[in-house]
Design a protein around this ligand. Structure first.
Ligand code: UTP
Length: 294
């Protein structure tokens, strides 16, 4: 199928949050660098973006996040030592993950004013084209990968897309929630959106799970710097305006795999178990060790 939509070449990764739910582990180490098995959380998410065809990776960082930039750079001394010791597999592993020169950009959010503000900080690098946005602490585990599914839907429908998945009814007040035309469809037009709806008022139980395809007009709305829930500049509020004021369409793509919130301790632990169980080299022995522990 030939798509008439403007291609999505760039992805934004907001990594400027404080990670307070994971203290003290995140006092000196960004939560995005915590390992899920043997890859940092952020690497899993960059892998997902790359698998969806993304060519340019934009990181919105903050204080204490320099190590993320180092992770996506080459490490001359380490590579030379590995080469001298004949560690070919390890070298291949590092070079496979290394972005090509010029494929990454880093910008700073000087104060953690909210996700909407972090996204706005990427405006100059994104420019006037649609882009993907991936929240790095939300790992989407499944085949096909989440962003690739969204790209397929975008090629057909254009506009803006968010990935959604159901949460228990008594937890909808904790998330951004969407109402949709057809809650059973894989892709459905969004009819309403609300950030953290008061209990009993949510339009559905479908929460926005941390993957977006957005049109660049979102930046003009974020520019207003309006505060929303929790006194933060909320992305969901700007998305609502993009739909209501500018009349842009939004679509929900239901993700049918597992989602792990690695910003929470339980989500992070579960992700480690699930990703390790899915691997041929670790799965069988982890399974028998877990059985023994339980
Ligand atoms: P979270 O609220 O989950 O992240 O934001 P946090 O603030 O780091 O975590 P806690 O609640 O204190 O433990 C979701 C995503 O948005 C980014 C975070 O880095 C995370 O990827 N974010 C959030 C920013 O980049 N800047 C902000 O001001 C807020």
């Amino acid at each position: 199928m030939i798509s008439l939509q403007k291609p999505i070449r760039k992805a934004v990764f907001p990594v400027a949050g404080l990670g307070t739910r994971f203290l003290p582990a995140t006092k000196a180490m960004p939560k995005e660098m915590l390992p899920v098995v043997d890859r940092p959380v952020i690497q899993h998410v960059v892998d997902e973006a790359r698998a969806a065809g993304i060519e340019h990776f934009i990181f919105v960082t903050g204080r204490n996040k320099g190590v993320i930039e180092d992770h996506f750079d080459s490490q001359f001394e380490l590579e030379r030592t590995l080469a001298e010791r004949g560690k070919k597999n390890e070298l291949d592993l590092l070079s496979r993950d290394l972005p090509d020169p010029g494929q990454t950009s880093f910008t700073r959010q000087q104060a953690p004013l909210g996700l909407g503000h972090a996204v706005w900080c990427a405006r100059e690098i994104v420019g006037n084209e649609p882009f993907a946005l991936l929240l790095p602490d939300m790992l989407h585990h499944g085949d096909p990968p989440c962003l690739a599914e969204m790209m397929t839907s975008y090629a057909e429908h254009g506009g803006n897309h968010v990935a959604v998945s159901p949460v228990p009814e008594d937890q909808t007040h904790l998330y951004g929630i969407v109402g949709v035309e057809d809650s059973r469809a894989k892709v459905s037009a969004i009819t309403s959106m609300v950030e953290k709806p008061p209990r009993g008022t949510a339009p559905s139980n479908l929460h926005i799970s941390g993957r977006y395809i957005l049109q660049p007009e979102i930046f003009g709305l974020l520019e207003r710097q309006e505060r929303g829930a929790g006194g933060e500049i909320q992305l969901t509020d700007a998305m609502i305006k993009l739909g209501e004021e500018l009349g842009q369409p939004f679509f929900a793509v239901r993700f049918d795999g597992e989602i792990y919130d690695c910003g929470s301790k339980i989500g992070f632990l579960l992700a480690n178990v699930a990703y390790a169980l899915a691997r041929d080299d670790l799965g069988p022995s982890l399974k028998s060790e877990l059985k023994r522990l339980l």
